[in-house]
Design a protein around this ligand. Sequence first.
Ligand code: KG4
Ligand code: ZN
Length: 338
Amino acid sequence: MQPKNTYILAIESSCDDTACAILENDRVLSNYIANQKIHEEYGGVVPELASRAHQSNIIPVVNEALKQANITKEHLSAIAFTKGPGLMGSLLVGTSFAKSLSLSLNIPLIDVHHMYGHILAHFIENGQEKPSYPFLALTISGGHTQIVQVNSPSDMEVLGTTQDDAVGEAFDKTGKLLGLGYPAGPLVDQLAQKGNKKAFEFPVPKAPELNYSFSGFKTSVLYFLQRETQKDPDFIKNNLEDICASVQHTIIKILFKKLEKAVQQTGIKQVAIGGGVSANSGIRARLTSMQTQGWKTFIPPFEYTTDNAAMIGIAGYFKFLEKDFAGLEVTAAPRIHI
Ligand code: KG4
Ligand code: ZN
């Protein structure tokens, strides 16, 4: 007999955030994140520094999550952790810690694919309607840009993916060209809200079928800025909001061209977004506007968009219900695909 309530402790350490969450079934009791500020000085995540920071953060972060959930380790039903994709040194910290904890408490261990977490975050209980299967998910983050057909919590099919940079990189790299800090995505978003999106035009890169390409876009912004700053050295300073609005507008155009094509091809009109870039206000507004085309749209709450452990917890909960557990020989996998 399964106990009435399942308590999952989930760990996420795939990149530069050390996160731990406790879930009671599909409800979040705590969702604690330690961000690593150190990378801002370097303008990007330094893998070696990230794994060291995870190592010192992990125990305090897990203790804090337990404290906020107001439960003790003895109540836990299973330990879930991010197996990949991500940075090897970062993943290893979470993987090793999760293994040791499950071994010492003698409870099941559950390995979770990071991108399944971003998608299944939509099923965290928050009083809102949840998608029904099948639905399409646009997963957009610093490492991924994919259109996924979600048939069930364990059956997902990638319909399209980026052939080069992820959309988060497109935001971060163009933001860097504009002299914005790291990660630039949220800053571009803020500035874009005050600018004119039609001020400048950038080409939409070509990619076959439902795939994406962003490296050409970044290069076209680079050449544009070089050209304009030769004429006016203060061009960026004087036009920052309009440049951000135009960059963001083009990125949204690129994303939705293929997403609309995917809806047409599959006939599936339930569309969800997930991943850090789904925090973007312009992308959220554009998705919501598609409701006039008969789409049913799903946007996760902010706290479950950028990397967090609650999303790993809900994905772990689905695997727990299926008794889909990992053995202690499980290893971190930096490059696994859906
Ligand atoms: O999912 P996530 O937290 O980490 C990865 O798995 O990569 O995504 C991080 C990415 C970064 O590129 C960051 O700039 C971007 O999400 N991001 C945004 C916004 N908030 C975060 N990009 C555009 N607009 C935002 N509001
Ligand atoms: Zn992520």
